[in-house]
Ligand binder design. Structure first.
Ligand SMILES: [Zn+2]
Ligand SMILES: [Zn+2]
Length: 301
């Protein structure tokens, strides 16, 4: 089968590889019907994911059909249409029991697929710890509709979930790419008083205005002033940073009111700085990236 493979920094190639087989009774083999490209794939390509293993097949978000299951996998059966969670996790260790599945201590725990082991930009993928990592797609939902469940939508859900949003809040979301939009949808579930989306791309702004007219939109140049004028306490009560570009980390905390929560959903190519003298007195609470994607099977609050 053909597999899109990480060779070295800047070098991905389509290579012929053998079809994967079960290696443990907790594995499943999934025939991939659709796989997405994530900005984290680009981070691997740029060499900014040190733990990515050269030679692995990239791709960590996909849907498909279960072809084989190990004897310990009872949650899905052969023939089921499933979403594959980017994070594989044991469900039993200290971190998993607390819902912090990104930090699962199993050797295959956390972000393994398409990073440390072969992922899904190919025809078949071996999913370890499949009891926890696969979710059945209902008949009424198409593969295309379900594709973002395992990573992008789960990321937006996690961001909204940990941000302690209340109905009195003005929430600022920086970035309206796919993850920003999924974050927006999940923030909407929390019914905050106001949502402001900051985005530099005009087409993305148009998309938000067209589909979510109740959401305010603004460009990065004007966001600081705009948030001041459109919030009750001269700054956002909650900021979700989903852009991950050069200046957006600073923008995130600058637009926050004192004592706000700033959730960093984005992954950066470079280190960011905390200029503490500039921030003095703001008493901010930062929540940093390392997304726990363990709510893919349905609605949790
Ligand atoms: Zn991803
Ligand atoms: Zn675990």
């Amino acid at each position: 089968m053909l597999a899109y493979t990480y060779i070295d920094k800047g070098d991905f190639q389509l290579l012929e590889k053998p079809r994967p087989t079960l290696q443990s009774n907790t594995d499943a083999i999934v025939r991939v019907t659709l796989a997405s490209i994530c900005s984290s794939d680009l981070h691997i390509k740029h060499g900014s994911v040190p733990r990515a293993v050269k030679g692995i097949t990239v791709g960590h978000e996909m849907v498909g059909v279960v072809e084989e299951v190990g004897s310990a996998v009872t949650s899905v059966k052969v023939g089921d249409r499933v979403t594959v969670n980017v994070e594989t996790f044991c469900g039993e260790c200290f971190f998993c029991r607390k819902g912090f599945v990104n930090n699962c201590t199993d050797p295959d725990g956390g972000w393994a697929l398409g990073c440390r082991i072969d992922g899904g930009q190919t025809e078949y993928v071996r999913v370890p710890l499949a009891q926890q990592g696969l979710n059945k797609i209902p008949d009424s939902v198409s593969d295309e509709q379900a594709l973002l469940v395992g990573d992008v939508l789960a990321t937006g859900f996690w961001g909204a979930r940990i941000s302690e949003i209340t109905e009195e809040d003005t929430v600022l979301i920086i970035g309206a790419g796919p993850t920003g939009l999924c974050t927006l949808l999940c923030v909407m579930l929390k019914k905050p008083k106001r949502i402001i989306v900051c985005e530099k791309d005009e087409d993305r702004i148009k998309f938000v205005n067209q589909h979510y007219p109740e959401v305010l939109t603004v460009s990065p140049e004007n966001v600081a002033e705009f948030v001041k004028d459109n919030s009750d306490h001269s700054g956002a009560d909650v900021v979700l940073e989903v852009a991950g570009s050069e200046d957006t980390f600073r923008l995130a905390w600058e637009c926050a009111r004192p004592n706000a929560i700033v959730t960093v959903v984005a992954l950066y190519d470079k280190p960011q700085t905390l200029p503490l003298p500039d921030m003095y007195g703001k008493n901010l609470i930062f929540k940093t990236c390392g997304v726990d994607r363990c709510y893919c099977d349905g609605y949790h609050t």
